[in-house]
Design a protein around this ligand. Structure first.
Ligand code: C2O
Ligand code: CU
Length: 700
């Protein structure tokens, strides 16, 4: 985060210093041969350029540090920086600076000796002026590319466009210089008219060109009417490729016969619809969740139009025991767009995963769907609709799913779920459901467990003040030997969960995302909010003690995937958006990550974009191996939703032990909705479901 910010700041400084230097030297040159003024400007020039070179040094240092984290932070943008920054700056050093020195010195000598002004021919020539102006334009263009189109500098086509644009700008600058320096350029009225005509024609060409490009790219980005989510490109992560008989069109995944790497000689194909939980047997727990539109009154008294499960916001807490067979019937009363239920973080069989268009069709009004699974892992999970999820989760279609352990782990006597949704109210403003403060009475000495959820987009900071506490679980998985914490800020990934435990002290404890909305626990239900002091951020990478894991940094992985995130301006499904790309692509052009059951898989995330991306893999838990090259040093850090901050790289690993077709996407659900998503696919698994405009399925 700091490095990316520093990198941008230095680039901004480069643009400012070299921009001003370019303007000033251009103006000084325009003044002709007035040596005295030139001397003044020459000195200012040298000072400005000095600052410009310091900024360049800063940029080089931050790039080197980022490159030390992961070379992918640097390598793709190097050609752009080379042409837009390094070459013009080198030209300044070679051409401009010696000349400037000479000017400054000779003018000073002239002034001392009282010589007349303006002797000695043209002191500013194109060779002196142009490099400075080119450096200014280069830095400005580099800044624009870095903020708006970083992804384009990584491919040849984008690079060519950037270079042509730069050449045109520098060429125009040169032409202006030539015109200015030509003596007695007195243009009559007819050349002026001709010139304005030329400008009008050029403007028309540019406008037509740009709008043509817009229309074409907009059309090209339209999603198809129907498509099978498994019909895209495949990435085998360096592992063996399945032999496939190709099948034209969409629909069925290619059937896989004679897979040479399989001892039985061929890979059986299986449909996701067959990868169910136990279909028979009396369930231990049975729930019905009815999706319906409802006006809900918040604690603040505000009434909002919500989409709810069972009329509640958040939906009812589903609490089960580890090992239970759970049956949940989803009823859609009146959500016209359809709904599904996804069990976020719980590794259920594929057919129960609830992704519209991948593992089932969206459940339309009047329809029902029954999910059955055994809750294998204990911990804090949640459920939400995975149809149009970017909209439906925000409107309220989510709730907590808590799996109590069979035995062992001590649980809080007071077990409190704190979901942090910010709801959008009728007038479009955001409101927090813990506003005004929720006060609860808890006896001193009581063991307390807080289940903190971030159900919104973007990372969210929770503070716990007034008590020493432990982070007992991350994304449902217990931390090994958690240490006591105080005054730390808990930053939760969008979609992530932390379980916090402590013994209730005799003074109030306050849990909050901001000072105005939170939960106040105190012996008598009264009392003031203890001071919120968070001095440092909680870091799971070094929290708790190491313990054995089924795989680790030295494992020989069967497949290794890399996902590099960038942002760029472009079209998605016909709309102009700020896109977030994975390896330069958005869905459906993102590849499927292909694995085989039993594989050990390593994935590297590199976030070169300018915002954080919480990456969520369905059906599996990822073990964090390292961040920015630093190995995980504390408790094994298992996660299902990992916030990859800007400028960070992570290596994670998982075991391919849950066959199916699984979403792997950014849990800033607005990002997923514009294509920041791909799929993990097990060889031989097919899906009969489709997405696209002609279907009812809109998973994101
Ligand atoms: Cu919580 Cu794919 O989602
Ligand atoms: Cu994202």
């Amino acid at each position: 985060m700091i490095l990316i910010a520093a990198d941008l700041a230095f680039l901004l400084l480069l643009a400012v210093f070299w921009g001003i230097a370019g303007v000033r030297i251009g103006r000084a040159a325009g003044l002709g041969n007035q040596a005295g003024r030139a001397a003044y400007r020459g000195r200012g020039q040298l000072a400005l350029q000095g600052c410009g070179f310091i900024a360049a040094l800063g940029k080089i240092v931050t790039l080197a540090l980022l490159g030390g984290r992961d070379s992918r932070f640097v390598q793709d943008t190097l050609p752009v920086h080379l042409v837009l920054l390094a070459i013009p700056l080198a030209a300044v050093v070679i051409l401009t600076i010696p000349k400037l020195w000479r000017i400054v010195r000779s003018v000073q000598k002239e002034l001392r000796s009282g010589a007349a002004e303006g002797r000695g021919g043209a002191i500013f020539d194109a060779k002196t002026v142009l490099p400075v102006q080119a450096a200014g334009w280069g830095a400005a263009l580099d800044l624009i590319v870095t903020i708006l189109f970083p992804e384009d500098s990584a491919n040849a086509g984008g690079l060519a466009v950037i270079l042509i644009a730069y050449a045109v700008i520098v060429g125009a600058q040169w032409a202006i210089w030539r015109r200015r320096s030509r003596p007695n350029d007195r243009s009559g009225s007819s050349p002026a008219r001709r010139r304005s005509l030329r400008i009008v024609v050029a403007a028309i060409v540019v406008v037509v060109g740009i709008s043509g490009w817009f229309t074409l790219s907009s059309q090209a980005s339209k999603l198809p009417d129907r498509m099978n989510m498994m019909s895209g490109r495949m990435d085998y992560g360096g592992g063996p490729e399945a032999e496939m008989t190709s099948v034209g069109g969409h629909g069925e995944m290619p059937g896989m016969m004679n897979d040479s790497s399989s001892s039985s000689g061929f890979v059986r194909t299986v449909s996701v619809t067959d990868l169910t939980g136990p279909r028979t047997g009396e369930p231990d727990e049975r729930f019905t969740l009815t999706a319906e539109k409802k006006q809900v009154k918040l604690r603040s008294g505000e009434v909002i139009d919500a989409w709810t499960f069972n009329g509640q916001l958040p939906g009812p807490e589903l609490r089960v025991k580890q090992g239970d067979l759970v049956e949940v019937t989803l009823v859609n009363k009146d959500i016209d767009e359809g709904v599904t239920l996804h069990w976020h973080g719980l590794d259920v069989p594929n057919a129960e995963d609830g992704v519209a268009g991948l593992t089932q069709d969206a459940v339309m009004p009047g329809q029902t769907f029954t999910y059955r699974f055994v809750a294998e892992q204990a911990g804090s999970y949640w459920y939400h609709s995975h149809q149009q999820s970017s909209e439906q989760v925000q409107k309220g279609l989510f709730g907590p799913l808590i799996v109590e352990p069979e035995a062992g782990r001590p649980f809080g006597e007071q077990d409190i779920t704190v979901m942090d949704p910010t709801y959008v109210t009728l007038d479009g403003s955001e409101t927090n459901w813990l506003n005004p403060i929720d006060r609860r009475k808890i006896e001193p000495g009581t063991p307390v467990r807080l289940r903190l959820y971030n159900t919104g987009n973007w990372p969210k900071n929770f503070s716990v003040s007034g008590a020493k506490f432990k982070v007992d679980a991350i994304d449902g998985t217990e931390v090994n030997d958690p240490g006591e914490l105080e005054n730390v800020r808990l930053e939760l990934a969008a979609g992530g969960r932390y379980d916090v435990t402590f013994t209730m002290p005799s003074a109030p404890v306050y849990v909050a995302t901001d000072p105005a909305s939170g939960l106040l626990l105190s012996p008598n239900g009264e009392g003031d909010i203890p001071k919120i002091a968070d001095v440092s951020a909680f870091d799971p990478l070094s929290y708790g003690s190491p313990a054995s894991t089924p795989f680790g940094p030295n494992t020989k992985f069967n497949r290794e995937f890399t996902m590099v995130f960038d942002n760029k301006l472009g079209f998605y499904d016909g709309k102009f958006e700020r896109l977030f790309t994975i390896n330069g692509k958005v869905f459906p052009d993102t590849p499927m990550l292909m694995v085989k059951e039993g594989d050990l898989v390593k994935t590297t995330f590199v976030n070169r974009s300018l915002v954080p991306h919480p990456m969520h893999l369905h059906g599996h838990h990822m073990l964090v191996l390292s961040r920015n090259g630093k190995p995980s040093a504390g408790s094994p850090w298992w996660t299902d939703t990992l916030n990859v901050a800007l400028g960070d790289s992570y290596e994670v690993a998982f075991a391919a032990d849950n066959p199916g077709l699984w979403m792997d996407h950014c849990h800033n659900l607005d990002h997923a909705a514009i294509g920041m998503t791909l799929h993990l696919a097990y060889e031989g698994v097919t899906s009969p479901f489709e997405v696209g405009h002609q279907t009812q399925n809109r998973p994101e």
